[in-house]
Design a protein around this ligand. Structure first.
Ligand code: AMP
Length: 224
């Protein structure tokens, strides 16, 4: 399997609406290429369970299906990508979500390297269906689907034995709000990265293994 061991740093940005499979794919690709997956949503959930000031601030936005203010996200993200494990590159899942976030990221030192922006396209109908069935491990973040890929034992993660739960912001009302926020604030990023020549679109309605194979084939070809 090709990894990123002997190459210049690689930054991958996964774009797509909530529930498009970014988290599932990001976890697999991070292993494939030996780079950390950085999910701003996961970082906020960690802050919320530790009840840090960032977590307390983020909670009100997350519960309402709104974006956490840029200054809070940017500070948290930049602290994370300074870690030594990002020296060979990293994979962003859920960041950037606004044009100002993308502009700030573009100025970071790590962006003077190979950048791939991969966007998963998924229909609204499929997103609503997936969110209704999505379950997540509270401990390691493994993502399950109640119908398509449930954990072997109810409420218990196959990998770490952690508690598997339903994200409160996956309830239908909040999902609709998150979708409308995606359309108004995050969709403009597609044009932004298309314009910069970094964007590739992928059909995300397919099963996870198929999407993973497509993404991996594309990244492997780009690394040659
Ligand atoms: P996710 O796990 O990526 O679906 O993110 C869950 C929630 O965290 C989002 O609905 C936002 O409220 C918040 N969030 C995550 N990433 C960002 C970001 N880059 N900018 C603003 N809010 C974010």
């Amino acid at each position: 399997m090709q990894t990123n061991q002997n190459l210049s740093p690689l930054v991958i940005i996964l774009l797509g609406p909530p529930g498009s499979g970014k988290g599932t794919q990001a976890k697999r690709l991070a292993v494939d290429y030996g780079i950390p997956q950085i999910s701003t949503g996961d970082l906020f959930r960690e802050h919320m369970s530790a009840q840090t000031p960032v977590g307390i601030k983020a909670k009100e936005y997350i519960q309402a299906g709104l974006l956490v203010p840029d200054e809070v996200v940017l500070k948290m993200l930049f602290e994370r990508i300074e870690h030594s494990d990002c020296a060979k590159g990293y994979l962003l899942d859920g960041f950037p979500r606004t044009i100002p976030q993308a502009e700030q990221l573009a100025q970071h030192e790590s962006m003077k390297t190979r950048l791939l922006v991969l966007c998963l396209e998924v229909s609204d109908e499929e997103i609503i269906k997936r969110a209704a069935g999505r379950l997540v491990c509270r401990h390691c973040g493994t993502i399950y689907n109640r119908d398509a890929s449930p954990p072997k034992h109810e409420n218990c993660c196959d990998h770490c034995g952690g508690e598997v739960y339903r994200r409160p912001d996956d309830n239908p009302e909040v999902v609709c709000k998150r979708l409308s926020v995606y359309r108004s604030q995050t969709l403009p990023l597609i044009e932004y990265y298309d314009h910069s020549g970094h964007l590739t679109m992928f059909e995300g309605n397919q099963p996870p293994d198929f999407v993973h194979a497509e993404l991996k084939r594309y990244i492997d070809d780009s690394l040659i």
